[in-house]
Design a protein around this ligand. Structure first.
Ligand SMILES: *[C@@H]1O[C@H](CO)[C@@H](O)[C@H](O)[C@H]1NC(C)=O
Ligand SMILES: *[C@@H]1O[C@H](CO)[C@@H](O)[C@H](O)[C@H]1NC(C)=O
Ligand SMILES: *[C@@H]1O[C@H](CO)[C@@H](O)[C@H](O)[C@H]1NC(C)=O
Ligand SMILES: [Zn+2]
Length: 884
């Protein structure tokens, strides 16, 4: 019996009762209970209803009244039933004494995904799979505090539990929509972007590694066997991407984990959505390359002046034995100013030999065979060089910088093997190929309507990067500078060779100790983190879906193949998708990312991630599965592209439009009761806030004076950082920390970590009596109110009073280690925040009159500024557009 038939049966049954008591019903409807009452009882099953019906007839029920609400895309059918007990009323001679029972049941508006049409294993995809909470209607203009108290967890795809349990972890692989629309036209209607966000080489504590002479893949589409394939019997499996039926190879019948035979579905490959294979020789085009590291160091006057060489050399000396690699690892150094200097580190020399090439027009390698040396064999020579380098150029007056030729030299040196180039640059290159001119006019920063020079000034760096990519060479750029360096041009060298960019504005050994500490910590992570060489990544998806635009640092070699000469655990990627063929008759679709790389130990490995998501055919289901953080992350990447190809203002409009359009679609196509206000489903309630935050982010903001390089760097980060860090850049987390308690604290390995509530980013939330911590990803601010609780000052900061709080406590990026409960709690909390990311965020203590106060306040994105709307004003703006 379908819900509809059932319902009309119910109605006709009750309507056969005498009239007269109908009035009661009317009255009751008018004073209907709050909607929430319906929501909570929404789980009532139809079985309960049948019982009611039977009982009602038995007791001679006289009337019922019925009201229909359409809400959140479903028909909320509220049925009010009055049971009139005739015997009772007759005796009393009136109709007033009634007993009434009120209850409600939820019928979905679209019943097409009813359980009957699903195969038994997918029956779990039925009604209860849609979490009502995600679709709770929120009037953004009324509900002010939308932030959950703690971290925001991604939505869980509506899959049967056994599938969801083994699905890929959202930190590694997630989709903007956890329910995939059946057709492109449905997707277009939702006005939400469809894409994937990946963190494929993330450091994992648990990773199953499989060694096997045959890696089982689909013969037709080359998909790796995964937990979402189906076994037709013990000998055949059906691909979940192209549906071809494949044979199970004999070897796969044996399970190395359980050491049993005949249970192919229990192999780790079909139990774990993330898995790594050690690849046999057919996955190699050439013998796996050794780990090769080349350091290219700016030694011009400007560079020496910043003092960065000390830090690099010291850090390398400390970590030389922790560089990932094996006995084949090679290392080399190039320094440059107006000339290029090579270092012969060959065994047998008494000391490193410097070879200067002054012909920068046509770079050649003076002694090609002795410039890259085996690290094990030549450790002492390398250490000698690292000890003397910082002093060798101490008195230099050379101001010119031939970065382009130095990069050409690096490319030549690494071409035969592939490897990693780490470039340290402190100024605008001004000599030889690739030299650049300053394009920034500080006077135009604030006034210009549109930002110029976001695209490269020359294609030299991109071309060289593509050459590097072809030879499996990646270039990482460390930019340490106090002046404009044209990151928009220089960054291309890393972007297309799959490198990373690090940027330390105003770097100076003496004047900016916080930056120095940050650089040191970053370097340590950089030198010691995992690395994969000569890598490619391919992303496949179920037939009907198509991947089109990629975001991150790489070169797209063919439609779905990314060339990654190096891959590192801190790199994120995003892709956009479209639906080419209707996904009818499909309950689920899958996505698979396969990363083939050479480990630093010379092993060819394949890391495979598979994500499975349900297909839905109603707008309300699409909205219910929306992942607001993933959507924001993908939109940010798209907006960066748009700023470069069109203009910044265009990109800003596009982001605002994205929130307007999706909320309009929600209002007109999902909501059926029109109510005043700006309405959003609960799962998208933070969408306008995040969009506003993006508009105020360094990458996209207008009005305030943002340095061009700062802006471009923010754009780079939005494109290649994993989503978790991007979200902190966009919407920092604010906590009150002067009253930390152990209540609700996390207890991790004998440490108690307080969990203060996340506060809204508004000055309203600050209090002069308090101390507030703002976690913005790469920076953490500790703001101390003027009348801050003296207990906090003494017990945590170790100062007697507010005026004694160091004006700019940057010299000490750690809090003093005091032996007080308050100090321990605060440090435990900050330490815990820092542990959650691989880079080292600096801690700035900010006083009311600190110069850094402005940076802190700029993150108060809910407040109005001279050039930007407050959150409430922004909501009104969106509301106006939505109701048009
Ligand atoms: C792989 O999956 C199995 C079964 O789901 C699970 O017990 C095991 O812990 C997983 N292995 C890893 C390393 O996650
Ligand atoms: C934003 O929407 C408005 C109104 O629909 C439209 O005129 C404008 O072109 C859109 N802008 C962008 C960048 O999409
Ligand atoms: C952790 O320990 C603290 C104090 O020992 C306690 O107050 C707190 O409730 C504990 N937290 C949890 C989640 O158990
Ligand atoms: Zn296939």
């Amino acid at each position: 019996m379908s819900n509809k038939t059932f319902l009309s049966g119910l109605i006709s049954c009750f309507f056969s009762s005498p009239v007269g008591i109908f009035l009661f019903g009317q009255k009751a409807i008018n004073s209907a209970e709050p909607r929430s009452a319906c929501d909570t009882s929404g789980s009532m099953s139809s079985e309960t209803w049948v019982n009611f019906l039977y009982w009602g007839k038995y007791r001679n029920t006289r009337c019922c009244s019925l009201s229909l609400f359409r809400s959140m895309g479903r028909v909320l059918t509220e049925i009010l039933i009055w049971f009139k007990w005739l015997l009772l009323t007759r005796r009393q001679g009136s109709l007033v004494r009634c007993c009434f029972i009120h209850c409600a049941v939820l019928f979905p508006a679209q019943t097409s995904a009813g359980p009957a049409q699903l195969s038994p294993s997918l029956a779990g995809l039925s009604l209860q799979s849609q979490t009502p909470e995600a679709l709770r209607v929120v009037n953004l203009l009324q509900e002010r505090n939308l932030l959950p108290p703690g971290p925001i967890s991604p939505p869980t795809p509506c899959l049967p539990q056994d599938l969801q349990k083994i699905n890929c972890h959202p930190e590694v692989f997630r989709s903007t929509l956890t329910s995939i629309p059946q057709t492109q036209s449905l997707l277009n209607k939702a006005k939400l972007p469809l894409g994937l966000l990946l963190h494929p080489f993330k450091d994992l504590t648990q990773l199953p590694v499989v060694t096997s002479s045959t890696i089982v893949r689909c013969r037709s589409c080359r998909t790796y066997i995964n937990p979402f394939v189906s076994f037709l019997d013990q000998r055949r499996w059906k691909c979940n991407l192209c549906y071809r039926v494949n044979d199970v190879p004999e070897e796969f019948m044996y399970n190395p984990v359980s050491r049993s035979y005949g249970e192919p579905h229990k192999r780790p490959e079909v139990q774990n959505a993330t898995i790594e294979f050690i690849a046999p020789s057919e996955y190699m085009l050439r013998p796996p390359q050794p780990a090769v590291y080349l350091f290219v160091l700016d030694v011009s006057h400007n560079a020496v002046e910043t003092g960065y060489l000390d830090v690099v050399c010291q850090s390398l000396l400390e970590n030389i034995n922790s560089l990932p690699g094996d006995s084949r690892t090679k290392i080399g150094f190039i320094t440059f100013d107006s000339t290029i200097h090579f270092y012969n580190l060959q065994e047998g020399l008494s000391q490193p030999q410097m070879l200067i090439v002054s012909d920068i027009e046509d770079i050649f390698l003076p002694t090609p065979d002795s410039l890259l040396v085996n690290l094990d064999e030549c450790t002492e020579m390398v250490q000698d060089l690292l000890k003397s380098l910082p002093h060798m150029f101490g008195k230099t007056m050379e101001t010119q910088s031939a970065l382009g030729p130095a990069l050409q030299a690096a490319f030549k040196l690494l071409s035969p093997t592939g490897g990693r180039v780490s470039v340290f640059q402190t100024q605008l290159p001004n000599l030889g190929v690739g030299s650049l001119k300053s394009r920034e006019d500080p006077n135009q920063r604030a006034s210009a309507k549109d930002i110029q020079h976001l695209s490269p000034a020359t294609d030299f760096y991109k071309k060289l990067a593509l050459d590097c990519s072809g030879q499996q060479v990646a270039v990482d750029l460390f930019l340490l500078s106090s002046q404009y360096c044209d990151l928009a041009s220089l960054g291309c060298i890393s972007r297309y060779s799959a490198g990373s960019v690090y940027y330390y504005p105003s770097y100076h050994q003496q004047h900016n100790p916080a930056q120095v500490e940050c650089f040191q910590k970053d370097l340590k992570r950089y030198l010691t983190r995992k690395i994969g060489f000569e890598a490619v990544m391919r992303i496949r998806c179920t037939k009907g879906l198509s991947i089109h635009t990629f975001h991150g640092n790489f070169f797209v070699r063919s439609t779905d193949l990314l060339s990654l000469p190096n891959v590192n655990p801190d790199a994120g990627f995003a892709v956009q998708m479209s639906i080419e063929e209707n996904l009818v008759d499909m309950q689920v679709v899958s996505f698979q990312a396969a990363l083939l790389y050479t480990s630093s130990k010379g092993e060819r490995r394949i890391r495979v991630h598979t994500l499975c998501l349900p297909v839905v055919n109603s707008l309300s289901d699409i909205f219910a599965g929306a992942d607001v953080q993933a959507i924001t992350g993908l939109l940010a990447s798209m907006a960066v592209d748009r700023s470069v190809t069109a203009s910044l203002s265009d990109a800003r409009d596009a982001m605002t439009n994205a929130s307007i359009d999706s909320l309009t679609s929600y209002r007109t196509s999902v909501l059926t009761i029109q109510q005043p206000g700006l309405l959003a489903p609960a799962c998208l309630r933070l969408f306008p806030l995040y969009i506003l935050a993006l508009l105020k982010q360094k990458a996209f903001r207008t009005g305030t004076s943002t340095k061009l390089d700062d802006r471009v760097f923010a754009m780079c980060q939005l494109k290649y950082q994993p989503l978790a860090y991007v979200m902190l850049m966009i919407h920092p987390a604010l906590y009150r920390v002067d009253d930390l308690t152990d209540e609700g604290a996390l207890n991790i390995s004998e440490r108690t970590i307080p969990q203060p509530r996340v506060q809204q980013l508004s000055v309203e939330k600050l209090s002069r009596e308090g101390a507030f911590l703002m976690d913005a990803g790469s920076v953490i601010y500790l703001w101390i109110g003027r009348n801050c609780n003296p207990n906090f000052l003494t017990q945590v900061l170790g100062v007697p009073s507010y005026p004694a709080v160091p004006q700019n406590m940057v010299r000490n990026t750690m809090l003093p280690e005091l032996d007080t409960a308050e100090s321990q709690r605060t440090r435990a909390f900050i330490g815990w925040l820092r542990e959650q990311r691989p880079f080292f965020p600096i801690l700035h203590v900010v006083r009311d009159e600190s110069p850094l106060k402005a940076s802190f306040m700029q993150n108060m994105i809910e407040d109005r500024t001279e050039s930007a709307l407050s959150y409430y004003e922004f909501l009104l703006h969106i509301q106006q557009q939505v109701s048009k």
